[in-house]
Design a protein around this ligand. Sequence first.
Ligand SMILES: NC(=O)c1ccc[n+]([C@@H]2O[C@H](COP(=O)([O-])OP(=O)(O)OC[C@H]3O[C@@H](n4cnc5c(N)ncnc54)[C@H](O)[C@@H]3O)[C@@H](O)[C@H]2O)c1
Length: 437
Amino acid sequence: MSSQQQAAQSASTLQSVPSYLNKDDLGPWGNYLRQVDRVAPYLGSLSRWLETLKRPKRILIVDVPIELDNGTVAHFEGYRVQHNVSRGPGKGGVRYHQDVTLSEVMALSAWMSVKNAAVNVPYGGAKGGIRVDPRTLSRGELERVTRRYTSEIGIIIGPNTDIPAPDVNTNEQIMAWMMDTYSMNQGQTATGVVTGKPIALGGSLGRREATGRGVFVVASEAARRIGVDIEGARIAVQGFGNVGGIAARLFQEAGSKLVAVQDHTGSLYKSTGIDAVALADYVAKNGGVGGFPEADAVTNEEFWTVESDILIPAALENQITEKNAGKIKTKIVVEGANGPTTTAADDILHDRGILVIPDVVANAGGVTVSYFEWVQDFSSFFWTEDEINQRLERVMREAFAAVWQVSSEQKVSVRTAAFIVACKRILEARELRGLYP
Ligand SMILES: NC(=O)c1ccc[n+]([C@@H]2O[C@H](COP(=O)([O-])OP(=O)(O)OC[C@H]3O[C@@H](n4cnc5c(N)ncnc54)[C@H](O)[C@@H]3O)[C@@H](O)[C@H]2O)c1
């Protein structure tokens, strides 16, 4: 791209910046805007609707006050952002993290719009979050935070309007409390208001593993296309939670070697492969990978320089940046996390010939099985785990193949290809529906 085009692009990005964000530090939302700008030249006549994608439809910021166990009152900031609902109700997880920001939740909600369209599930995009470190809360406090937050956002969520799900630091129990709170306020049980619920409350078999399984399926498809054998492949994983932990186990079952792992407690390396099952047991007992005795501890910087065939960032956003992108020694980056690679780092990886499979395709397995869960809840008819896994694999393979084809035909990165496929679907729905009133 010429410097003139680049200047025009950043000018158009800035025009769309809302007054409530810091123009000088847009955070993850700025990253998303740059991704959207890249897709503009490929949208044909639909590009007249592009601004739709640069403005979330609705943002709700709520105060979440709770009484702590010590009798004092604490206040937390909560968000729910509905980015786009042209293709169906909003859908996206809820994150509990002390550093959650509005910019981050906006970007995550937009990536959900793109992801849902990329795998063609009939949802728009939404996301929620609370600025809280759940590790500092007792179980009772966690429940009170969850219930109050759910009540506050209850005015915009619902089985037909916006359906939350788990994300970083939220789990099945939290979904159970959310479902119960919403149901109590409605006066009737509404299982379809959240997904990622416990099986006993209308959850779906296979949901817990779905995102990691999707990462594995997409990574295998990508590897096959560029001639990397999954059997014996060296895998490095950042984040050993739901997504990273499950993906690592599935790779191990397929004969790959987990050579490096990093989480918030430290980084590990073992050239002959870390046992993903033993490590998951250790993490369940100790809260993190740090101190795992059957691998060598390395620094967090060293983790990014480990030689691997597939690197899976599965923790938080903005982990692969200009600082470490030049040192990464891998063939494929498969984004298990949302937004782990900055635009600048994306370009560095591209120039170095490293294939990047973007989050909006790579981690779409979770929302795909969430969609299955929602459908099962509505029909009160539940499928077997085999059925779910087979349907999941089919959706992931087909979505990947469609995006890969656009990437080859248009000679663009897989990320831009995914955005082309998804944005066309969203904007076509936008155009067909027309503007109201
Ligand atoms: N769970 C899902 O179904 C799902 C679906 C799609 C995308 N994602 C995305 O995947 C990512 C991980 O989600 P999850 O559900 O596995 O969360 P999780 O809470 O189960 O695990 C998060 C992991 O990241 C690690 N981590 C946190 N901060 C870190 C840091 N500073 N450095 C290194 N590691 C750090 C944690 O130690 C933990 O291992 C997030 O970006 C999330 O949005 C999750």
